[in-house]
Design a binder for this molecule. Sequence first.
Ligand SMILES: C[S@@+](CC[C@H](N)C(=O)[O-])C[C@H]1O[C@@H](n2cnc3c(N)ncnc32)[C@H](O)[C@@H]1O
Length: 294
Amino acid sequence: MPVENDWLCVEIECRKHSQLTSERLWEFLAEWDVLGINESEAEGATSWKIYLPAQTSRENFHTAFQEWLTQTGLDPQSVTVGFGLVPRENWNEKWKQFFVPVHVPPDYVICPPWAADTNGFRGKVSLIIEPGMAFGTGTHATTQLCLTMLRTVFKAGMTVLDVGTGSGILCIACAKLGAKWCLGVDNDPLIAENAALNLRLNGISSEQVSIAVAELSAFRVHPFDLVLCNMLPQHLLPLVPTIKQFLSLHSFTVVTGFLEAERREIEEALSAHGLRVAARDCLGEWGGCIVHLV
Ligand SMILES: C[S@@+](CC[C@H](N)C(=O)[O-])C[C@H]1O[C@@H](n2cnc3c(N)ncnc32)[C@H](O)[C@@H]1O
């Protein structure tokens, strides 16, 4: 019987000929509350340990995973899936083994609090993030792509709206780069504690960054200089008319969270709302674009 403090560990092992990669696996995992992931390779075969809240249904996970493998043209026979419970006492130590500092272009270093090294971060934009219930530990390609892309348009003194803020990582980056004020909005109450902790860990005040658990439509409309949207297309697209209300002719919007394979569909949808693509980039299979009002 799972107790609140246990974690469900899903072990996925690939046979040698499997086409499953970490990036592809993240496509599937984007819908799950992943608390941590550990990848290892032995004799040319890759395996992952994925940690989820203990109450996650093994049956639902297994069925959804098999369906996703088939839909994406991957052979379900090339992968084995096992489940186990990890007591939290062990987890606390395991956790630390696989969250190591990550360098993201042009000059970010993202790390958990226990690996924060003030001397080693000189000249870097350090983002100290406690891995928790909120998406945005910095290990995901979509977060990294958004961090990199925003630098091409960011200027100190900007106001920033981060739609789907998760851990608050994008707001923290903008605050450290000299934003005037950032508002991070997310409709998942689970992010609140983690985002607040991350602001404290980075020495950022609530005057610099406000985090709100709410729907974007709840806010008084006024333009932001920069809007960041790292969200899955099914969450982003219904929000575009609302997001547009927060843009002026001088605003830039960085959109990530979609696959390169979905780029055409996403850009057409943005264009139908009067948003023109000014720049494009990608990281692995994940795509990003910067748009502005026309
Ligand atoms: C992919 S995560 C991005 C987290 C973080 N900004 C990052 O870049 O790592 C997307 C976030 O959008 C949030 N979200 C989804 N639909 C939303 C909506 N309608 N309004 C606000 N937030 C939403 C989710 O709860 C999730 O935290």
